[in-house]
Design a protein around this ligand. Structure first.
Ligand code: 5RP
Length: 233
């Protein structure tokens, strides 16, 4: 099965959560990109919405797709946030940030009345952790922060984890987020207690945000080869 078709099917099914007049959080990544383009089609057919993008990449895409945007500073709440995920567990805990947008994604998800996660079904896992957990950190002192993140993982049952600085390009330059920070990827293989890890990471100086999204998603739309399955808590 093509993962991209399943992503498209999830994005299409999520349109049912968008109603006329809503303020809509627009996620980042390939699944969210399908959603933004589909939303643009609906806007051309007369749907009135305003989008709050979770990254500069999504802002550009939304502008091209014709989705009207509003600055997050001008809204007091977001009606629905539609965003992708790297992993989803049965309690709707997520790993996000594979695309590096976790900070804005979490701010938008936390401001939303409902977060709808859209993903191909391969993202559904019993236990989080096979996907490396992104952790956004300040550039200042990042090597010290990297060591403390590694220690925090060990304290909550993820012993032996490695933590790498995310780099890209031929020159292996560090990836810089929209917020001007670095990203560390924590290779835990398995996260037995996501809540404990979230708490431990929050207390590390230099950590701006981590990619564990706990208690934020109410709905998961899992795209399949044909159609999508909607799960709600
Ligand atoms: C970006 C994210 C994405 O939602 C996540 O990486 C999933 O991406 P894709 O839809 O391309 O599989 O968290 O920061």
């Amino acid at each position: 099965m093509s993962a991209d078709l399943a992503k498209f099917n999830a994005a299409q099914a999520a349109l049912e959560f968008v109603k006329d007049g809503m303020i809509v959080g627009l996620g980042t990544g390939s699944t969210s990109a399908h959603f933004v383009r589909l939303l643009g089609e609906r806007v051309r057919q007369g749907l009135r919405v305003k989008g709050v993008p979770t990254s500069e990449a999504t802002r550009n895409l939304a502008e091209q797709a014709g989705v009207p945007l509003i600055e997050i500073s001008q809204v007091s709440a977001i009606d629905v946030d539609i965003d992708g995920a790297d992993e989803i567990d049965p309690d709707f805990r997520l790993i996000k940030g594979g695309g590096g947008a976790l900070l804005r994604e979490k701010i938008v998800a936390a401001a939303a009345k409902r977060m709808v996660v859209i993903a191909d079904e391969s993202k559904w896992v019993e236990t989080l952790g096979a996907f490396p957990l992104p952790v956004e950190v300040t550039r200042f002192g990042f090597a010290l922060t990297q060591e403390r993140v590694r220690a925090a993982l060990g304290e909550v049952g993820c012993k032996g984890s490695t933590v790498t600085l995310r780099v890209s390009g031929k020159a292996n330059e560090p990836v810089i987020t929209d917020g001007g920070n670095y990203i560390l990827d924590a290779h835990a293989e398995r996260i037995p207690n996501a809540e404990a890890l979230a708490g431990a990471l929050q207390s590390v100086a230099g950590v701006v945000e981590h990619g564990l999204f706990i208690g934020l998603a109410q709905t998961v739309v899992l795209g399949k080869a044909k159609g999508a399955e909607v799960k709600t808590r």
